[in-house]
Design a protein. Structure first.
Length: 268
């Protein structure tokens, strides 16, 4: 399974002709969890905001009374803003035995509730971490069983089984846990995938602030991007799993005090 994911990641990297990271280093192999689709997006120096952002090029997108961007659908009708003035932090690809506890402790210290988009096979490996996420009052989001970037192109039955298997693993770890959201790996949404997600009474969850932390840029690059780009109502994409998250964790020490001074943070 791990080897096939690795092969998939390598194939995707070759397809887009962009490196999946520092492949020259033996201890830094291509990261199979990488959100491959984001490689085709602008570097984090350019903000990939929603078309509904109140920018001069889109003057019709006026802020709501709360000052938040008017809610607008993301790809294929997915949710990409919170719908209020609150900002949401989302952490993908865990639970990870090293990084999830560190992120949880930091969130606890800053009294921040977030949303964790978890991968089924990692849930099965580390069920206790799901308990800690729930106990701390964070929101759970299904991020597929196996981080299948192409899940949305598979048959509705296959998609449904993948999501159901992941939910079952979460519920096995924490009976009665609420799983209101689903996030497609890589943001590679399809109309079919979104339909299945809604049939399972989950909300397809996208984002609109992406510092591309999975590419492991320096912490200061992650934090400066998030601090500069995050506005009211935004959903920020970060990672607590899928590789060495040292830089994300360091960035959070700077990001959390900054955001909590300026925004209400919501677990969605
Ligand atoms: Zn992911």
């Amino acid at each position: 399974m791990a080897q096939s994911r690795l092969n998939l990641a390598v194939a995707i990297c070759a397809a887009v002709l962009i490196s999946c990271g520092p492949t020259g280093s033996a201890d830094a192999p291509p990261d199979p969890w990488n959100e491959a689709v984001a490689k085709t997006k602008p570097r984090p120096s350019k903000r990939a905001r929603t078309s509904a952002s109140p920018t001069p090029s889109n003057p019709s997108a006026s802020p709501t009374a709360s000052g938040a961007p008017a809610p607008s659908p993301g790809p294929h009708g997915s949710q990409q803003v919170t719908g209020s003035s609150a900002v949401a932090l989302t952490f993908d690809d865990g639970p990870d035995p090293t990084w999830t506890p560190k992120v949880l402790a930091l969130l606890r210290k800053h009294k921040v509730k977030a949303t964790f988009c978890v991968v089924g096979i990692e849930v099965k490996r580390h069920p206790k971490l799901i308990g800690e996420i729930v106990r701390d009052g964070h929101t759970l989001c299904n991020h597929t069983w196996d981080h299948d970037l192409r899940l949305g192109k598979r048959s509705p039955g296959h998609i449904k089984a993948n999501l159901a298997r992941t939910n079952a693993a979460i519920l096995s770890a924490v009976p009665g846990a609420q799983i209101p959201y689903f996030r497609q790996p890589g943001g590679m949404w399809t109309k079919r995938g979104v339909r299945v997600v809604r049939e399972l009474d989950m909300v397809p969850l996208h984002w609109n602030v992406d510092p591309r932390d999975w590419t492991k840029p320096p912490a200061r690059q992650i934090s400066s991007f998030v601090k500069r780009e995050t506005k009211k109502g935004d959903i920020v994409l970060l990672h607590d799993g899928g590789g060495n998250r040292t830089q994300t964790y360091r960035a959070l020490h700077d990001v959390l005090p900054h955001l909590t001074r300026r925004f209400q943070l919501t677990p969605l």
